[in-house]
Design a binder for this molecule. Structure first.
Ligand code: CP
Ligand code: NVA
Length: 308
């Protein structure tokens, strides 16, 4: 049994296996390969609990569809409807759910909830986003980059904007998949030092460059995300917007990157804020491929978790 809690906590060989399996299953579904693993019955007889303590479109739908495509069943649970939101401990919830279901995916606020769930559950637990990280998203992003541009190893990724939970998982991936990452954004919103240190220790060149145009020079991939995350206080919105405006990804910024640099955004996007529609809908944008690949990457994550 394997939990999928974070990219830096998952063995690099396992991560590569998950990406390759995701690509195989995607190809098989599109009828491009006969040799790919047959996924249609992989989760037959299995019940997957999908717990959401925050809103979601992609994570919710892609996990639900992914389980059904593999012959399993899902149970969508909202945090507020469960006793979990009314004082029952995470440990007790984990022990009870383990008696009913075969796999738990949880989207929550503080990562301690995820960690405690994994410590007390007898079934695998998957991180569907916390305030601190979003590993499933970045697995889909690695798959997306590689299907467009080949191996991500040795490439230059630039994160422009808030050093948030999605940025954190990109840093984890830099260390595990062997690419370099430059962060450009205001100092107040730098990614966590600990995560920068981990990626550097793994051999990746991690840079901080306050000038966004200098930062994207030579970039193979430019990534951004919302300026106000679900866990951020709405009262900080205006201050964040003012700090982050210089880091908007627009055509002028993309023109400073490599001509074939891809653009990614995990979505949901606030068009004309962190990225312009010209970039979002432009020729180098792969934002909807990222969204699709959530499905394929997470199917592979679930199979790895269950050893199937
Ligand atoms: N990217 C992502 O996780 O989207 P949702 O919040 O819609 O799940
Ligand atoms: N950083 C965003 C990602 C949403 C998928 C948030 O946490 O709200």
């Amino acid at each position: 049994m394997n939990h999928f809690l974070d990219i830096h906590k998952t063995d690099p060989v396992a991560l590569r296996g998950i990406i390759d399996m995701a690509a195989d299953m995607k190809a098989a579904r599109q009828g491009r390969s006969r040799g790919a693993p047959d996924d249609e019955r992989a989760l037959e007889g299995q019940m997957v609990a999908l717990i959401f303590e925050k809103p979601s479109t992609r994570t919710r739908v892609s996990f639900d569809v992914g389980v059904r495509q593999m012959g399993g069943q899902t149970m969508l649970l909202s945090g507020t409807d469960m006793q979990l939101g009314h004082g029952e401990t995470i440990a007790d919830t984990a022990r009870v759910l383990s008696r009913y279901v075969d796999l738990i995916m949880i989207r929550t606020f503080d990562e301690s909830v995820l960690i405690e769930m994994s410590e007390y559950a007898d079934v695998p637990v998957i991180n569907g986003l916390t305030d601190r990280t979003h590993p499933c998203q970045i697995m889909a992003d690695i798959q997306t980059f590689e299907e467009h541009r080949g191996p991500i190893k040795g490439k230059k990724v630039v994160w422009s904007g808030d050093g948030n939970n999605v940025c954190a998982s990109f840093l984890h991936a830099a260390g595990q998949f062997g690419f370099d990452l430059t962060f450009t954004g205001p100092a107040q919103l730098d990614p966590e030092e600990e995560f920068i240190g981990l990626a550097r220790k793994a051999g990746s060149a991690i840079k901080i460059e306050r000038d966004p145009h200098k930062a994207v020079e030579g970039a193979d991939l430019v990534v951004t995300d919302t300026w106000v995350s679900m866990h951020d206080s709405q009262s900080a919105k205006e201050r964040r917007h003012n700090m982050l405006r210089p880091y908007q990804v627009n055509e002028a910024l993309m023109a400073s990157a490599k001509p074939d640099a891809l653009f990614m955004h995990c979505l949901p996007a606030h068009r004309e804020e962190e990225a312009t529609s010209a970039v979002m809908d432009g020729p180098n944008s792969v934002v909807f491929d990222e969204a699709e690949n959530r499905l394929h990457a997470q199917k592979a994550v679930m199979r790895w978790c269950l050893g199937l």
